[in-house]
Design a protein around this ligand. Structure first.
Ligand code: WQD
Length: 340
């Protein structure tokens, strides 16, 4: 019987990246407790996690904006670390509802950190984003690339979140890692968990799979006049299972006191850029479906190209992405087909 390792809090653990990370934590022998308010996830995800790992994580449903409940939680649970996913993440919505984003993404972060300090919980992993770089001047993007003015309140909450962590780590006994995700895609190979966009998908891959499934009439490709080989924008699409494993590597780094400073950032991507048209072609190949799409104008706020320099994460976290774009698209399609 594997010795059960530390108990870890995963906020937003029923979400897309959170649920895949809970599975990988359990596979590593960690005990997991999830806080999720189900505002952008479904309780069925808990069964999906359990059916994959064979262990049902503890689950507490409440809104992290309720400071009293956050306080109570930390007083009633002895945990060794926190992986913080819970946040609103729709770029477009954040432009229309900035205050909702600043309250939900910033106030909750402060409440959690306050209770961690009070209860001497030291290890914290933050869900950040490559969006902090805006359109980087140099590609691939390293962690030293300048932080550019945010293009949306969502992106700004990631930048502000990192600033809060940096300032707090200077004076409190905390060990913090911010993981800057590139574009998470795909689903678990079991097809028991995956991406569950509520409403019309904002992101490319769920829109692609819903179009192929006949749920959407056709995909709009936002611009083919970018200065790229085929004119469409380039992103670094990382399989969500590889991304989940990066969180376990980061947690092990902190639990093993291997971090070099008490606030570190790592880019988590594949290091490979793919254009929208390349993604469409790869999807048609793995799914055998012909995708119905049309080229339209650029989307406001989109950048031309972003892909990661993964040297630091490879070396310091001992982690690298192993799954391909095709693996992720195949898993995303199989997950889509299973949705009723
Ligand atoms: C990818 C590419 C679009 C939809 C954002 C956030 C990032 C993270 C992931 C939350 C772009 C094109 C898209 C469509 C299209 N956020 N596209 N038609 O914008 O790179 O990143 O989502 O987790 O922080 O910034 O991802 O999937 O929206 O777009 O042509 O219907 O696909 O223009 O080039 P993005 P995306």
């Amino acid at each position: 019987m594997k010795k059960v390792k530390s108990k870890i809090l995963v906020t937003g653990g029923l979400g897309f990246i959170g649920s895949h990370t809970v599975v990988e934590l359990q596979n590593e022998g960690f005990e997991v407790v999830i806080i999720d308010d189900l505002s952008n996830s479904k309780i069925e995800v808990l069964d999906g996690i359990t059916s994959i790992s064979g262990k049902k994580p503890e689950f507490v449903q409440f809104d992290l904006k309720d400071k009293k409940l956050v306080k109570q939680f930390f007083e009633n649970h002895k945990i060794e670390g926190v992986i913080h996913f819970a946040a609103s993440k729709a770029v477009g919505e954040s432009v229309e509802k900035p205050l909702l984003y600043y309250e939900n993404n910033i106030a909750t972060l402060v409440f959690i950190l306050q209770e961690m300090v009070k209860n001497k919980v030291k290890n914290f992993i933050f869900s950040s984003s490559c969006t902090v770089y805006g359109q980087a001047d140099e590609l691939p993007i390293t962690e030293n690339a300048p932080i550019k003015p945010a293009e949306s309140p969502y992106g700004n909450t990631k930048q502000i979140g990192e600033e809060i962590l940096k300032d707090t780590a200077k004076v409190e006994d905390l060990n913090i890692i911010a993981l800057r995700y590139f574009n998470p895609i795909g689903a678990h190979k079991s097809t028991k968990i995956g991406e569950l966009p509520i409403g019309v998908p904002q992101n490319l891959i769920p829109f692609v799979t819903q179009t192929a499934a006949g749920i959407r009439k056709e995909l709009s490709v936002f611009g083919d006049d970018y200065p790229t080989p085929d004119g469409t924008a380039i992103r670094d699409y990382i399989h969500v299972v590889d991304l989940a494993k990066a969180h376990v590597s980061a947690l092990n780094r902190l639990l093993g006191n291997q971090n070099k400073t008490n606030f570190e950032t790592f880019n988590v991507g594949t290091g490979k850029g793919s254009s929208v048209l390349e993604v469409i072609n790869a999807f048609e190949k793995v799914s055998g479906k012909k995708l119905n799409y049309k080229i339209v104008g650029r989307r406001e706020g989109d950048i031309t190209s972003a892909y990661a320099d993964t040297t630091l994460a490879n070396r310091e976290l001992g982690w690298r992405s192993k799954l391909s774009l095709e693996d992720a698209l195949d898993a995303a399609w199989k997950w889509q087909v299973k949705q009723v």
